[in-house]
Design a protein around this ligand. Structure first.
Ligand code: NAP
Length: 483
């Protein structure tokens, strides 16, 4: 079969923060997997840059170890790893000082795509952008990749956008939200806009409500004091859940060009209603014999930061007015699972009699674990004995459905390849990020002003009981948190 994968031109990818956790766990192993898949062009180079004093050989050994630790053993091919690391170099560069920059400038090759991954703390984004510009390392076609968090409110996000804009055009800036790189998230667009089946029903006339759940079973231990400064709304809702919501709710873009898609996402954020505090539940997990409480993990016994949040949102536009969207995300919940459930309305009338009930269809888009989709439909229970109805799932698990299903690229791999291809569709534009903060800021300000404390919930539960009430009072209920 002829490959339909869009090829990537020769590039130099500089990873600032090349010695850090993200580079080790995600970026470098992801690049190796794309190398194995034959998608990295001959002549490409990956240049690690940080303050640590490595030479090329030392850094190659660091990359080799990262691959051995974070790529599954069946992909450990000594020869192939050796070939891969031959493309890797290292330069000690200080983002806050002048050391290493002249050497980096000298290393750059003409006529080759240049990409700079800012896998460092956000306070270094500005200094890096400035120096890439000052030392004439970045050219008009260069790309920079920036990690979350992108600001902590509208003011800081605007300032960050401003700093980056001094050295780079918007078309050069790739703001990563790795949720957008997930196979299922893109499939959501394929299902919505590649089929005629769903789109006519995708509105408040047929959709009763939508649930978006991102549940984690781990606590914040280890990075508790960092997390305590952000909480679930900043860490998850403003970025990941908001992006999922945009893709579910947006109008069909005119084409799959980056700005056409991002314009439609932006319109969703701008159409979000302000949220009433009564429609928000914030929680903090309790500890038990086995696990520490949130307050212990955060090392802050007076913390008012939420490790769980559930909210009911409304979108004021023709398509969605009247269809509530319920979001929830939290730590130390029953299972690690992320899904979007589109719950359709019940059929208006049952021709099979009241005893058979009327249950609406549910389309579930699973992001993790086991990426896939599942549509609940009503059918007749097989066998004689009258017309008895049952609900069955039409299940599509990507791992099973695709020939090499366990090779679904990780979100980071896909996004890095898109950077190299110069495709910004799956990256957040500056105005999108600002609009999301403009919507989030008043919510945070209101609870900070009222000094409201999150309610406690048991570790391993589905979150606080109040969150169940958020749906019960509307005659609905959350789907079970189950991997
Ligand atoms: P990290 O482990 O603390 O690594 C930070 C990196 O920055 C190190 O390579 C460090 O190397 C380098 N660095 C620090 N100061 C520097 C300077 N003055 N000049 C040059 N390099 C410098 O952090 P991380 O977890 O990899 O996270 C990196 C970024 O990704 C952060 O913005 C984070 O919020 C974001 N992020 C991380 C994850 C994750 O899973 N880790 C997930 C999502 C987003 P030296 O000490 O050698 O200089």
């Amino acid at each position: 079969m002829v490959s339909r994968v869009i090829p990537v031109e020769v590039f130099d990818l500089v990873i600032f923060g090349g010695t850090g956790d993200l580079a080790r766990r995600k970026i470098l192993p992801g690049l190796y997997r794309r190398f194995l898949a034959g998608q990295l062009p001959e002549g490409m180079r990956i240049i690690g840059a940080a303050r640590t004093d490595f030479d090329d050989a030392g850094y190659r050994s660091f990359v080799n170890d990262a691959i051995c630790e974070f790529v599954k053993p069946s992909k450990h091919d000594k020869e192939r790893i050796k070939e891969f690391v031959e493309n890797i170099h290292y330069l000690a560069v200080d983002a806050m000082g002048e050391s290493g920059w002249t050497e980096l400038a000298a290393l750059m090759r003409p006529g080759v795509i240049r990409a700079f991954y800012f896998s460092v703390a956000p306070r270094l984004f500005g200094p890096l952008a400035e120096r890439l510009h000052e030392y004439e390392i970045a050219d008009a076609d260069s790309r920079i990749v920036v990690e979350k968090p992108f600001g902590r409110d509208l003011e800081t996000a605007k300032a960050l956008n401003g700093v980056l804009a001094e050295s780079f055009d918007e078309h050069q800036i790739y703001r990563i939200d790795h949720y957008l790189g997930k196979e299922t998230v893109q499939n959501l667009m394929a299902v919505r806009f590649g089929n005629v089946l769903f789109e006519p029903l995708w509105n408040s006339q047929y959709v009763d409500h939508i649930q978006i759940t991102v549940a984690e079973s781990v606590g914040v231990g280890g990075r508790g004091s960092y997390y305590d400064k952000s909480g679930a709304i900043r860490d998850m809702v403003q970025n990941h859940l908001m992006q999922l919501l945009c893709l579910i709710a947006m109008e069909p873009p005119s084409d799959f060009e980056p700005d056409a898609v991002r314009d439609e996402k932006l319109k969703v954020i701008r159409a979000l209603d302000p949220v009433d505090q009564a429609d928000i539940v914030r929680g903090q997990y309790r500890g038990d014999d086995d696990v520490a409480s949130y307050l212990e993990d955060a090392e802050n016994e007076d913390s008012t930061t939420e490790s769980f949040i559930a909210m009911k949102l409304g979108i004021s536009n023709w398509r969605w007015k009247g269809t509530p969207i319920y979001l929830r995300t939290g730590k130390r919940l029953r299972d690690r699972t992320s899904e979007i459930a589109v719950v359709f309305k019940d059929p208006p009338h049952s021709i099979f009699g009241p005893q058979e009930g009327r249950r609406g269809n549910v389309l579930v888009i699973r992001l993790q674990p086991n990426e896939g989709m599942n549509l609940r439909v009503t059918i007749k229970e097989p066998g004689p004995g009258g017309m008895r109805l049952i609900e069955v799932p039409l299940d599509m698990s990507f791992a099973e459905a695709l020939a090499d299903g366990d090779d679904i690229p990780d979100a980071y791999e896909r996004l890095i390849m898109d950077v190299m291809r110069g495709n910004q569709t799956l990256f957040m534009r500056g105005d999108e990020v600002e609009a999301a903060w403009a919507w989030t800021d008043p919510i945070i300000e209101a609870w900070e002003k009222a000094r409201t404390k999150p309610v406690p919930y048991d570790a391993g539960s589905s979150g606080p009981d109040d969150s169940l009430m958020l749906l019960h009072r509307d005659g609905r209920r959350w789907r079970e948190i189950k991997a």
